[in-house]
Write a protein that binds this ligand. Structure first.
Ligand code: GLN
Length: 539
C-alpha cells in the first residue's frame, strides 16, 4: 500500500447503482473505461455480493451467461462488457465475490493470521476486500481501476463493498477516487415529466454510507432537462455538469459516445487532475454503421438452445452477431428456438421457414438435445449455414455419426451413458474429478489448424487460441470413422488428440468448434467464425 500512496496514480473510479437493478451499471462502467482506455492502462474490478465463489455453478437462466476468461476464470457477464469496451483481457482475480472474500478470511482465521483477535466484518472482511483492490492495481500496474459494485445501494449483501470503498476514499487523496452513481429518472405516465426524486432518495442513501458521488448518471428515456440537472445538482451536492444523461439508445455501443457528449470527461479531468482526449473515431464509425438503417441486407439466424427464456444466457453470442452487423452492413434478426419443444423433422421444417442460418450454442445435460440434433441434420442436408459452439460441435458429431456413419444410437455419454457408440465422451482428465466448481476444461487453449481447411482460411492462421468450458470431447476412437465419411477435423489441440474444430467442405458453411469464440469477439474485431458465418447467411 506504501507504493500506492507515493504517486497520484493509480486512480479509482467506483461505480455504484441506485433505485433499480438492471439499469446497466456494467455498461456504464465499461463506457467510462472506454473513454479512458486509449490513454491509460485501465483495469476493471467487479464486486458481487453472492456467496458462490464464482458464477460457474449457477444456472444461466438465473444469472445470465457465465463469462470465461483466458486464465480459465468463470466470471460475471459484465466482464464481457469490460473486455469488449476496453479492449483488454481481464482476469479471474478481478471478479471479487463474497464467496471468495469469506473463504479467504476463514482460511486466514484457521491459519492463525488473526490470532488473538475477534474476526469481524469491519475491519477484517473490508480489509480483505481492499487488499484485493490494491493487489489488482499493483500487479497490473494500472493507471485507473474501475470498481463496479454489484446490486443496488441498500442491498444487504453489498454493504461491505460500500464500506470498503468508503475506506479506500479515506486512505487516498482527493484526486485518486471518483464515485459515479447510476440512478433512474422516470417519466411517470400521466405526469409526463422527468422526476428526480428517486435519484435524490438514492443519493441520500449512499450519502448515509459516507459516500458522496462526484458524478451522477441518470438512466432516462430522454436527455435530462437542464432545469432538472440543476435540481439534481442542488439536492445531491454535485456540479450541474456532473449530472449525465444515461439516455436509452438503440445500442449499448453508443453509450460511451453519449457520456462523452454529456460532458463526463470534464468531471473526470477535474477530479483526477488529468487531461483526457479520448480517441473514439473508430468506435464512432462502427457504431454509426451498426445503427444506420440504410441499404442493409437482412438475414434471419435461428439460435437453437434450451436457455432461450433468458436471452442474457447467450449474451456474448448476441454481441458477436452485432459486431458482424457493424462490419458487414447487414441486419440480423435472431429467432430464438427452444429445442425442447421440437418433436419431429416436420416440426423443424416449419420452424426453419425463412431462416438463413443456424447457431447451436453451448449447453449442458440432455434436455433439448434431440431437438438440436434434428436442427443440425436439417442444416446439413439443406445446405443452410451452420455454426456449432461447444455442445453445438458435439451434437453435430453425433448427428453425423448417426446419419452418415450408420452408428444409429451414437450419442454423448453426457446424454446416454450406455450408448453403444460414445462418439462424444468425458475427457480423460475429467474422469476422477468430483467437485463441480471451476473444474471443467476452462480458459484459453491453442488449436493447431489443418492447412487449407475452411477454418484455416477464415482465421488466416495456423495456430489460434480460443476459450473453452467443457468436460466432454469428440471421442478420439471415432475420429477415423467420422473422417472416412467426409467430416473434416480442421483443428486439433496441442496433444493432437482433441478435435477443436470440424467442418464439412462441400457445405456452404458447416463449421463447429469445441471453443467459445463468442467470448473474444468485439466491435473492433469480430470473431472470425461468426463473421464468415454471417457472410454465408447473406450470400
Ligand atoms: N456439455 C458439454 C460439455 O461439458 C458442452 C459444454 C458447453 O457447451 N459449454 O462438454
Amino acid at each position: 500500500m506504501q507504493l500506492l500512496k507515493k504517486s497520484n496514480f493509480p486512480k479509482f473510479i467506483v461505480v455504484t447503482g441506485g433505485v433499480l437493478s438492471g439499469l446497466g451499471k456494467g455498461v456504464a462502467a465499461a463506457s467510462i473505461g472506454n473513454l479512458l482506455a486509449s490513454q491509460y492502462k485501465v483495469v476493471a474490478i467487479k464486486c458481487d455480493g453472492y456467496l458462490n465463489v464464482d458464477p460457474g455453478t449457477m444456472n444461466p437462466i438465473e444469472h445470465g451467461e457465465v463469462f470465461v476468461l483466458d486464465d480459465g476464470g468463470e466470471v460475471d457477464m459484465d466482464f464481457g462488457h469490460y473486455e469488449r469496451f476496453l479492449n483488454i483481457t481481464t482476469k479471474f482475480e478481478w471478479n471479487i465475490t463474497m464467496g471468495k472474500v469469506y473463504r479467504e478470511v476463514l482460511e486466514k482465521e484457521r491459519r492463525g493470521d488473526y490470532l488473538g483477535k475477534t474476526v469481524q466484518l469491519i475491519p477484517h472482511v473490508t480489509d480483505e476486500i481492499k487488499r484485493r483492490f490494491y493487489d489488482v492495481a499493483k500487479k497490473e500496474k494500472a493507471d485507473i481501476v474501475l470498481i463496479e459494485i454489484g446490486g443496488t445501494v441498500g442491498d444487504i449483501e453489498n454493504e461491505l463493498y460500500l464500506e470498503a470503498v468508503k475506506q479506500l476514499r479515506q486512505e487516498l487523496t482527493n484526486d485518486r477516487v471518483l464515485f459515479a452513481h447510476l440512478t433512474y429518472i422516470p417519466i411517470p405516465s400521466g405526469v409526463n415529466e422527468q422526476k428526480s426524486k428517486p435519484t435524490q432518495m438514492s443519493v441520500k442513501e449512499i450519502n448515509e454510507r459516507g459516500i458522496r458521488p462526484h458524478v451522477i448518471i441518470g438512466r432516462c428515456a430522454e436527455y435530462i432537462e437542464p432545469h432538472l440537472k440543476e435540481k439534481i445538482a442542488r439536492f445531491c451536492n454535485v456540479n450541474k455538469e456532473a449530472v449525465i444523461s444515461g439516455v436509452d439508445v438503440p445500442s449499448v455501443y453508443a453509450i460511451p459516445l453519449v457520456f462523452k457528449k454529456e460532458g463526463i470527461i470534464s468531471s473526470i479531468e477535474k477530479r483526477f487532475k488529468i487531461n483526457l482526449k479520448p480517441d473514439t473515431k473508430k468506435w464512432e464509425k462502427l457504431t454509426d454503421q451498426l445503427l444506420s438503417k440504410k441499404g442493409k441486407k437482412k438475414v434471419t439466424v435461428a439460435i437453437c438452445g434450451k436457455y432461450t427464456a433468458l436471452q442474457d444466457s447467450y449474451a456474448s453470442i448476441i454481441e458477436s452477431i452485432l459486431h458482424c452487423e457493424a462490419h458487414l452492413n447487414c441486419k440480423v434478426d435472431l429467432k430464438w428456438l427452444e429445442t425442447t419443444d421440437i418433436f419431429d423433422e416436420q416440426d423443424v421444417q416449419v420452424k426453419m421457414e425463412g431462416v438463413d442460418g443456424i447457431i447451436v450454442p453451448g449447453g449442458f445435460g440432455s434436455r433439448g438435445t434431440e431437438g438440436k440434433i434434428k436442427v443440425i441434420k436439417y442444416a446439413r442436408e439443406n445446405n443452410i449455414p451452420f455454426l456449432g459452439l461447444c455442445y453445438g460441435l458435439q451434437l453435430a458429431v453425433i448427428e453425423f455419426a448417426r446419419h452418415k456413419c450408420n452408428l444409429e444410437e451414437a450419442n454423448s455419454t453426457e446424454i446416454n451413458p450406455k450408448t453403444p457408440f460414445p462418439v462424444v465422451d468425458i475427457l480423460e482428465e475429467q474422469k476422477s474429478i468430483t467437485d463441480k466448481g471451476g473444474t471443467m476444461r476452462l480458459g484459453a487453449y491453442t488449436a493447431y489448424i489443418t492447412p487449407d481447411s475452411k477454418v484455416n482460411k477464415i482465421y488466416k492462421e495456423k495456430v489460434v487460441s480460443e476459450r473453452h468450458r467443457h468436460r466432454y470431447e469428440v471421442n478420439p476412437q471415432f475420429h477415423e470413422v467420422l473422417k472416412k465419411e467426409g467430416l473434416v477435423i480442421s483443428g486439433m489441440d496441442k496433444s493432437k488428440t482433441l478435435a477443436e474444430f470440424i467442418e464439412l467442405p462441400k457445405h456452404k458453411y458447416f463449421v463447429a468448434t469445441q471453443a467459445h469464440p463468442e467470448l473474444k469477439s468485439s466491435l473492433l474485431h469480430p470473431a472470425p467464425l461468426f463473421k464468415e458465418f454471417v457472410r454465408s447467411c447473406i450470400k
